[in-house]
Design a protein around this ligand. Sequence first.
Ligand code: HEM
Length: 156
Amino acid sequence: MAELHPVCAPLAFLLGTWQGTGTGVYPTIEDFSYAEEVSFTHAGKPFVAYTQRTKDAGSGLPLHAEAGYLRPQEGGRVELVLVQPSGIAELLEGTVEDQNIQLASNAVLGTGSAKPVTATERRFWVEGEVLYSSVAMAAVGLELQPHVVSEMYRLS
Ligand code: HEM
């Protein structure tokens, strides 16, 4: 296996596969619960690949999924480029410090048929054995507010 690129060292705490559960809210939809699996991998290059998939907690049917790349920068900065099958693409920038990544979008784009999303904020943070992941969004004409939050445990 390739050696971790030195600029990825601040992201090493994420590497591997994590599984858990989450909950979602938004003023325009019913609250929901989901199961989630995420993987963070590297190939010796100066980025970390991220994939995520979720399932409805009750029916087990697929819900949201996304894939992208975390691109660490000098001085504790990090970028995330991300796409979703719902037709949305996000470019986010932020910081990584003490196993805590905080990102805000500098662009959110949608295909012609995608629901309108104008801004997102995301966090990934580890406390003890738990990886937490959260997304807030400004969507369908509403202000930035929480959409999903989850807790996951390491599988590998
Ligand atoms: C764990 C991640 C996520 C899960 C499990 C999830 C799940 C859901 C569910 C179940 C709904 C309601 C039914 C539907 O419209 O499909 C929904 C609505 C929506 N989600 Fe998510 N979502 C996630 C992440 C995201 C992200 C990252 C974005 C945008 C960047 C997003 C944007 C939206 C939008 C725009 C709606 C529609 C709201 C409306 O119609 O008023 N979701 N999501």
